[in-house]
Design a protein around this ligand. Sequence first.
Ligand code: URA
Length: 210
Amino acid sequence: MTAGVQVIGHPLVQHKLTLLRKKQTSTIEFRRLLGELAALMAYEVTRNLPLREVAIETPVAAATGQAIDGKKVVLVAILRAGIGLLDGMLDVVPGARVGHVGLYRDEQTLHPVEYYFRMPRDLEARDVIVVDPMLATGNSAIAALDRIKAQRPRSLRFVCLVSCPEGIANLRARHPDVPIFTAAIDERLNEHGYIVPGLGDAGDRYFGTR
Ligand code: URA
């Protein structure tokens, strides 16, 4: 197990991921499964969020409860496939704010180029969870984290469903302080930049564009 990388081995996550991977899975099913997986992942990823004590009154007595500390959590979707993880995560963290990072790959340099960046205010007081279903080369994740880190979030986490050793090594080398949560570490990256066995193009499968 690589330090800083947590594989979510929960049976529900693994079962749904297997269904998601299958090439016969329809767009409708893919969307539903991605949403369910996002909610289950959110549950694990938020496990260590800091709590604070709050005074409340129940119908019976005054009591002390626990509430998530600080300003609302921020979910950041890396466009476009990251959008597929938002709704499921928002089911679990409904008050979360949402940021977006849009990146495309320059076919000459093969480096990610940013075309969109929009974050909620006050990242310094917020815990940020960056989401993208696939951690392939790691270049988009690195570029997104570079930009978000410049705004000094209180904490930063990266969540994907399927990753590969190449992407993990790249991301860990550049951002060793950012924990990675993934449902699977697959075998490798192929010459076209796809994870093997992976699940194909997550964006195309979610949006039905191929
Ligand atoms: N992006 C995808 O959607 N799938 C891969 O296998 C790699 C990158």
